[in-house]
Design a protein around this ligand. Sequence first.
Ligand SMILES: C[S@@+](CC[C@H](N)C(=O)[O-])C[C@H]1O[C@@H](n2cnc3c(N)ncnc32)[C@H](O)[C@@H]1O
Length: 274
Amino acid sequence: MAEGTVFGCFSIGSVAATYDEIYVPRIFIPWARLLLERADLSPGESLLDVATGPGTVARLAAEQVGPRGRVLGTDISAAMIGIAQKKAIAGEAAAIEYLVAPAAPLPVADGSFDVVTCQQGLQFFPDRPAALKEMHRALRQGGLLVAAVWREIALQPSFAAIDGALRERLGPDAAEPYGAPFRGPGKAQLRQALVDAGFKNIAVDEYRLPLIYEAGIAQALATLAASPVATTVAGLTDDERARLWEAGRRRLEPLLVDGAVSTEMVSHLAVATT
Ligand SMILES: C[S@@+](CC[C@H](N)C(=O)[O-])C[C@H]1O[C@@H](n2cnc3c(N)ncnc32)[C@H](O)[C@@H]1O
C-alpha cells in the first residue's frame, strides 16, 4: 500500500505501522498482559515469542524476567520486526533479540527456553503442526507454552460489523480474507493440536476483554489499513470507498457509547507444558 493512503480521517503509512498505532495499544497490549499472567514469569527466565509482530509480548515479558532474563522474538515479517527493533527497552528489562524467521523451522537450539509464547499467530502458520512441534522442541523439559487464538468473528462485534460491510460492498470473495485471524482452531482442535505436538498438562480457556475505539467509527474503520484486505480497500475508487465507509458506519453505530466504539473481544488462551 502506498505511504500516506488516507483512510477516513486517518493518514496511514503501512499495514505494520497502522497495526502498531491502532491495534497494539487497544488490543494487543491488554491481551499480552493477560497472556503473561498465565505465564507467571520469574526473574531470570528465558522466553521465546513466536510471531512477535511489533514485539508486544516480548517487551512486556522482558520487563518481567528482568535484566538476568533473556527474550527472543521471531516473526516472518521484516516490517514487523523492524518496528519492534525501533522500540525502546525499559531500563530494568532483559535484552531482547529479534529475528526474521518463520514459525517452522525456528532458528533456536533444542531445549533452550523456559517459556514460549505465541499471541494470535497460530491461525496464520501454513503448517501449524510443524510450528507447534518446533515450539515444543525449543522448550526445556517442563517448559511452558502459552498461546492465544481468537474465537470466531461472530463473537467479535466490531470485526463482525466491518466484515458485514465488506461483504455487502465488495462481495463474499473479496471480503473473505478479512476474517482470516478468526478462523483459527477452536477449543477442541487446539487441545488436540497440542497433544499431537507432544504437550502435556493442557488447559484451553476462554477470556473476554473490552475493546474501545475512543475516537469512534472513523478510527474503527481505519483499522482496515492493517487488515488482510488492506490492499483491496486501498485500490477502491473514492466512490466505492465512500459506500464502504457508509456501510461500515451503519453497522458500527449500534456499538457507539458516548462517541466511542465500545465492544469486546473473545479469545482462547492455551497453556501447556513439555
Ligand atoms: C495478529 S499478528 C500477532 C503479532 C503479535 N504476536 C502481537 O501480539 O501483536 C500475527 C503475526 O504473525 C506473523 N506471521 C504470520 N505468518 C507467520 C509465519 N508463518 N511464521 C512466523 N510469523 C508469522 C505475522 O507477520 C504477524 O506479525
